[in-house]
Design a binder for this molecule. Sequence first.
Ligand SMILES: CC(C)(COP(=O)(O)OP(=O)(O)OC[C@H]1O[C@@H](n2cnc3c(N)ncnc32)[C@H](O)[C@@H]1OP(=O)(O)O)[C@@H](O)C(=O)NCCC(=O)NCCSC(=O)C[C@@](O)(CC(=O)O)C(=O)O
Ligand SMILES: [Mg+2]
Length: 287
Amino acid sequence: MRRSMLFIPGNNPSMVQNSPILGADSIILDLEDAVSIDEKDAARHLVRNALLSLDFGDAEKVVRINSIATELGYDDIDCIARVKPDAILVPKASEDAIEEIDELLSTIEREEGFKLGSIKIIPLIETAFGLEDVFNIVKSSKRVKAVLLGAEDLTADMEIKRTKEGEEIFYARSRIVSVCKALKVDAIDTPFTDVNDFDGLLKDCEKAKLIGMTGKAAINPRQVDIINEVFSPSLDDLKWATRVIEAYEEAQREGKGVFSLDGKMVDAPILARAKNVIEKAKAVGLI
Ligand SMILES: CC(C)(COP(=O)(O)OP(=O)(O)OC[C@H]1O[C@@H](n2cnc3c(N)ncnc32)[C@H](O)[C@@H]1OP(=O)(O)O)[C@@H](O)C(=O)NCCC(=O)NCCSC(=O)C[C@@](O)(CC(=O)O)C(=O)O
Ligand SMILES: [Mg+2]
């Protein structure tokens, strides 16, 4: 499960050191926008050493590289992929970049004796072109297992204002969710940037979940618990799913494909939804 994906500036030794204990499902060690140009080399080596020496437990280890439009991106891949992160996060993703990174990773995996295809790719969709091309971006490599929306860069690219209410990103969220559901990968929502507004964060998470996002990026450890809770099934969801499955089995024994529970129709799609809740509850350890 990727409910929460926490960004950690890759040039900050104490934040990197603490990263495994912050409760996030995925840790994103950032070499791109959180790191100033004169600290890029130092950050790359700090992140490489962290991957070699820290125990991240069950947390997914992701590294956001710089764009391969510059040499920095190639240096990042060569240095980081050789110590086998779980995934590479690709900023301002395009089809061409994902295809090229896929090939570079394959070469490194062969050279290092890693299983071919074991390093995943997560495209960061944060340009208008990337948003319109997101279906092809996901299809361009089997390594792609999730998509992350980057609303700050996207709204800058679209020359529109970014608001807390997020009306301006409704289309972007919906488009990404639709593509991710079609291609069976995770849809991860953009970070909420006011780190002291927990009510705003909660509303933003609920809005994203309602339309199908499966997780959310965080920029501060204090955001992680709220995100994990919203993107886990609630106890009410779990009780409902259990009752639906029990009632469905009973109805089957009576030869009924459709029946009513608490006055609401239950048929095959409702059963599928209930089973999905149970699967998610198992994945996050609620069952
Ligand atoms: C926001 C703030 C400055 C607030 O600082 P504050 O000092 O107020 O935080 P406090 O809560 O007071 O800190 C209490 C304790 O937690 C520690 N602590 C804080 N944050 C931690 C953390 N992330 N990881 C581990 N530890 C952490 C801290 O060191 C302290 O530890 P200690 O001293 O020991 O008590 C800080 O969080 C921070 O730097 N966040 C990361 C920002 C970042 O990575 N941005 C780039 C990635 S987003 C992006 O790129 C998206 C996108 O791509 C998408 C798009 O397009 O939308 C784009 O383009 O934008
Ligand atoms: Mg960005």
